[in-house]
Design a protein around this ligand. Sequence first.
Ligand code: NAD
Length: 294
Amino acid sequence: LPVLPKQNGRVAIVTGGTRGMGFETARHLASLGMHVVIAGNEKEEGTAAVKRIREEGGKGKAEFMFLDLTSLKSVRQFVQTFKARGLPLHVLVNNAGTMLVPETQTQDGFEFHFGLNYLGHFLLTNLLLDVLKKSGRHGCCSRVVTVSSATHYGGVMDMDDLNSKRCYNSLGAYSQSKLALVLFTYYLQEQLTASGFPVTANAVDPGMVDTALYDNLWSLAQALKKPVVKLLFRTPAEGASISIYAAAASEMEGVGGCYLYNGKKKQSSDISYDSELQAELWKKSCQLVGLQVA
Ligand SMILES: NC(=O)c1ccc[n+]([C@@H]2O[C@H](COP(=O)([O-])OP(=O)(O)OC[C@H]3O[C@@H](n4cnc5c(N)ncnc54)[C@H](O)[C@@H]3O)[C@@H](O)[C@H]2O)c1
């Protein structure tokens, strides 16, 4: 990470900030002086995360707020509670995620990866956009940072079967959700640029990181993973550095619509640049979460 500017007085929301890379992102942003809201569905873990950050005694502030991304109702409640506080919002890190879950549905009946990783963040971001727009200014934009993954390169967007009903494969469903997040980021940035709002949106890829995300791997793969972890996997703090960079680096001021990996802009999959697909997914997502199509 380059030297990052102080973030005093700025407010961030980090989804899934209770552990793993989300925690490291929240911790780092708080150390830069930010007021960080850790948004997650695990209250105990969240309270412990806040305690750890507070004990480090940085200039910033941390607090936990409940958010279950598998429930659109919970997303709406979270936004309502956050807005009632009257806080500005300068950084939204869409970090929470799950991987390799056996076929199951969210509370609203969506395929679990698609519903949690993608649709939950789609609704959250859209409902927070007004605050992000109000809190940014030209020369000091608000930032939306969305954590995707290299698996998006293998992702296929089946617009007729977004819930993977025809043929379920947990890696395919995860990859699709991560591709959807890249398509969403590019379309969002295009809309923001077209309307001249001081908000940027970028997708990031942290690399392979040793976190609880791999807890759903079958046990043989878990055993095989252990010896290679030290060689191939990054630590959560290393993995989080790309989100922190996108959220706070001076070089990223006013820069949006990028896919970032290893601190640099990188080409994402060819299909992620398909503007018709981006628009189609956006429209369909609005319908699925009950938002008016813009
Ligand atoms: N670990 C990797 O190798 C890797 C690689 C590429 C991308 N990613 C992405 O990085 C992000 C962070 O994952 P991680 O590796 O730190 O894993 P992790 O399991 O440590 O963290 C996931 C976070 O998401 C939260 N979460 C899960 N379900 C939730 C829900 N219903 N509502 C709200 N929060 C929920 C968890 O509580 C946790 O805080 C994920 O989006 C993941 O897809 C991880």
